[in-house]
Design a protein around this ligand. Structure first.
Ligand code: PML
Length: 267
């Protein structure tokens, strides 16, 4: 289906100024009301509680979105055979990320990566060899925004994921596909800050989105994202891409439920 005159619609919900949830869509004019209703309901019935403020922002996209194919999704079938440290160590090696830097980024995310020890609204941006953080505001971080998946591609994703499909996963793999498409990014690590959602992921350039069950203990209200980058970065262009360039996923890849060893040996 041809999709002209597209609108970005974003929801942000908070209570006593503290962020509870956020989500966004890219839709045609005729889809705006339905999408606004769905996003409002998501805000109202979020596991983190009732908001006292819901902000819905609707704007016409100034430029057409770039179409991308969704990353392939992997789920570690034998997760229970390993500690989280073993899994992250193997995956950081696979991603060419210095393991001690990777593990220290993971620890920052699960303890609150802002200088105040709170959850950041955006992502840490980390040089993969030095560990230097490059986001201009270390309280806020860099937020990937303006992305969605077409209804046709979402249907395909539901088919390949089956019972493993969740709304959180869909939003996350769409976001990660945008993030990994930037030439400087080699990987993205994510731990949800929702205390009940304990599945996270590491996406690796050239491989895909690797879902990691029990990436954190249940009940922990901490988490966040980290973008691992190569040593050189045009910061202005990077922020413009992450925060302002629209991306629309129009095709999906595969969903693999496989042992860790086969993910590590894949290319
Ligand atoms: C979030 O809460 O924003 C992160 C969701 C991570 C989803 C991981 C998955 O289920 O694949």
């Amino acid at each position: 289906m041809k999709r002209n005159n597209l609108f970005s619609i974003k929801m942000r919900a908070s209570r006593e100024r503290e962020h509870i949830s956020g989500a966004e869509r890219i839709v045609t004019e005729s889809e705006i009301s339905k999408a606004a209703k769905e996003l409002t309901e998501r805000a109202l019935f979020h596991p983190k509680g009732k908001p006292d403020s819901i902000n819905i922002k609707i704007e016409l996209l100034k430029k057409p979105p770039i179409n991308l194919k969704l990353l392939d999704i992997y789920e570690i079938a034998d997760r229970e055979n390993y500690t989280i440290k073993d899994i992250l160590t193997s995956l950081f090696k696979k991603a060419n990320i210095d393991v001690s830097i990777g593990l220290s980024v993971y620890k920052s995310l699960i303890s609150g990566a802002s200088p105040a020890g709170t959850v950041m609204r955006g992502a840490m941006v980390v040089e993969s060899r030095t560990g230097i953080r490059l986001e201009p505001d270390k309280f806020r971080g860099i937020r990937a925004s303006y992305m969605d998946i077409t209804p046709e591609a979402e249907e395909k994703l539901k088919k390949i994921a089956g019972a493993r499909f969740t709304q959180n996963m869909k939003d996350a793999v769409v976001l990660s596909t945008k993030v990994l498409n930037h030439p400087a990014v080699i990987a993205e690590l994510c731990v949800s800050d929702d205390p009940d959602y304990t599945t996270g992921y590491l996406s690796i350039k050239g491989l895909g989105y690797i879902r990691i069950r029990e990436i954190k203990p249940a009940g922990l209200p901490k988490g966040g994202r980290a973008f691992f980058i190569k040593n050189k970065l045009d910061r202005k262009g990077f922020i413009e891409y992450m925060e302002a360039t629209p991306i629309l996923i129009n095709d999906t890849g595969n969903y693999f439920f496989v042992p860790l060893s086969s993910i590590i040996s894949g290319s």
